[in-house]
Design a protein around this ligand. Structure first.
Ligand SMILES: [Zn+2]
Length: 308
């Protein structure tokens, strides 16, 4: 994540196998029913890093789960209260602790009495190497969900699916009743996730994509971008895309490219300059992964292929 940006985070690559949608986004603040158990509300935080903005999902009919309340924003908070319509909120679920996903949980929890559950918290008080400008430093869940743990309401059950990579604490949530998956920022409807080391981890991200390939989810509802039908096809395309990027990095290193800015210049021709930092973080994530697998070596800012 480029420092100074408070938003979440997408890479400059559209996912393979799926065209960027060209339709205008729905207006922010409206509750849109995606299926009888699922309603979506778009937050007013569009940016080059969040696409049309963060999407909060409401699950259930009589009592509700709220997934990723989004940024601390008065208009979005009011829109969520309208969509909730006085119904009891059983739980506020968080996929990960980025500032465009979790800060809205605190006020919502105060006003509804619902617990905040989901992704694990971070200890950021020392400003150590895992700190990142995109993190929500005040994120403090009432209950952390481990892989496979469930939260239920009267007509819904959500299961946490550990999907580290975009962040080390990222969870997706599977809705048992309809075979839908809330994919957070792990798989999005418009671009691939930024993997920003040291908290972001390319090896874990790839393993989490493989994990989703082994499931039979009907549809993904991502944190950003439209819902994803035939999600397995997109996940396969994303894995292929990352492997292609990795191959490209190996080729460029073999041809003598040594630094991340040089690699980014050759790999992302015509890149929007605002996304350059994000591209550099993703290339670094690939290099760390290649280093760990014994295929590349880094020395300061200089990278090369590992000796055969
Ligand atoms: Zn994120």
């Amino acid at each position: 994540m480029p420092s100074g940006r408070g938003a979440c985070v997408v890479a400059p690559d559209p996912p393979s196998g799926q065209a960027m949608d060209a339709t205008p986004p729905p207006p922010t603040g409206l509750a849109i029913e995606l299926e009888p158990l699922v309603t979506r509300v778009l937050a007013p935080n569009a940016s080059p890093y969040t696409y049309t903005g963060t999407q909060t999902h409401l699950v259930g009919t009589t009592d509700l789960a709220i997934i990723d309340p989004g940024p601390a924003d008065d208009a979005h908070h009011a829109a969520l209260l309208r969509a909730i319509g006085g119904r009891p909120v059983t739980a506020i679920l968080i996929t990960h602790h980025h500032r465009d996903h979790s800060p809205g949980a605190r006020r919502l929890a105060q006003e509804t009495g619902a617990p905040i559950v989901g992704a694990a918290p971070f200890a950021l008080s020392d400003g150590g190497p895992r700190a990142d400008a995109a993190f929500d430093p005040d994120y403090a869940p009432d209950r952390v969900l481990a892989d496979g743990e469930r939260v239920s309401g009267s007509d819904w059950t959500l299961e946490a699916i550990a999907t580290p990579g975009h962040t080390s604490n990222h969870l997706a949530f599977a809705l048992h009743q309809t075979n839908a998956l809330f994919s957070g920022d792990h798989v999005m409807g418009w671009a691939t996730s930024v993997i920003s080391p040291p908290d972001g981890d390319m090896g874990e991200y790839m393993a989490s994509l493989e994990k989703l390939l082994g499931r039979d989810d009907r549809v993904y509802y991502p944190g950003h971008g439209l819902e994803i039908d035939r999600p397995q096809r997109l996940v396969r395309g994303m894995l292929g895309h990352r492997k292609q990027r990795e191959g490209q990095i190996m080729r460029l290193l073999a041809e003598g490219a040594r630094t991340i800015p040089t690699l980014v210049e050759k790999m992302y021709v015509g890149l929007d300059h605002r996304l350059r930092g994000a591209a550099e973080r993703s290339v670094l994530a690939h290099l760390i992964d290649l280093d760990r697998r014994g295929l590349a070596r880094g020395n300061g800012e200089q990278w090369r292929l590992a000796a055969a």
